[in-house]
Design a protein around this ligand. Sequence first.
Ligand SMILES: C[S@@+](CC[C@H](N)C(=O)[O-])C[C@H]1O[C@@H](n2cnc3c(N)ncnc32)[C@H](O)[C@@H]1O
Length: 314
Amino acid sequence: MTAKLLDPVGYRNAMGPWWMAAFTPATDSPELDGNLTRQALSSPVNRNIIRCVNRLDHSHRAKVVAEYVETTEQKSLLEELGCDVFQGWLTARPCRPIRSRPILTAAKDIAMQPSTDQRRHSPAAERNGPFILTELQRLLPATGTLLEIASGTGQHAAFCAAGLPGWQWQPSDYEAAALTCIAAWCAGNGRVLPPIELDVLTPDWFDMTRQFDAIYCANMIHISPWACTLALLRGAARHLTPQGVLITYGPYLVDGLDTAPSNLAFDADLRTRNPAWGLRRLSDIAAQATAVGLHLRERSNLPANNLLLVWERT
Ligand SMILES: C[S@@+](CC[C@H](N)C(=O)[O-])C[C@H]1O[C@@H](n2cnc3c(N)ncnc32)[C@H](O)[C@@H]1O
């Protein structure tokens, strides 16, 4: 089956030893085992077998490879018996060990080197990035400064900042280990500042003078304890400019709307991973937002039952 698929695109296959290959008509280059070829000169039985095999294989246009060919005399005989290709010491002598050592050492060094690419990859972030960017381009003014909370791999920062040329993007995450990955994804874009370590639960993220035109947070609310959502709202109220917006993205439970089965399953899975995690009810978040002086201005439905929410000062 595989041979049939590969043949039209130009692949040829080889198979050894002969007792398997001879009975596999799809084989392009059956290989005669050394047990047959080595004693071809001395054994009439071997010569007969080789002749028969070659006839059989030529009947389906295969080219027979003779292995273990060590002398010109042996090669001439195998040629006479119908073999087409010759392998072995006569045609491919081993290199001297001293020559191969630097090559092997270099190969080992390369294999042992850790990858220099520090970018971890989130397929979900790659999938949803374009939809999020389209929304950010629609919602945000031409210029501004944005703080991203819980940047994760940094793919959203890299992708969205590239699509918002008038914006300066400050990525962050509470896991120090994530910062290298974020920096690697954003390398080369001067409008993305070096990522900072920021735990939303710390009481004061920055001093009060640090204000942002937008604060963006994707997929943290449901993958962190409820206290993080409250801290996110408090921090946004503290560090948004008067016209600034908090933009959150992810799956939510919405009163009066059936929750998609995939989101229910996701919620159950999150809660088994950590009982403090889980999809949040939008009305609960809205109530907490009111308490800190924010309200929900806009809600967009994005693919895979995710919402993008825009919060602003009341
Ligand atoms: C599912 S990932 C989302 C990453 C990224 N925003 C995305 O959508 O691909 C959740 C992120 O929340 C971050 N996080 C969890 N608790 C946090 C906290 N207390 N403060 C800041 N970030 C937090 C994690 O480190 C992780 O990067």
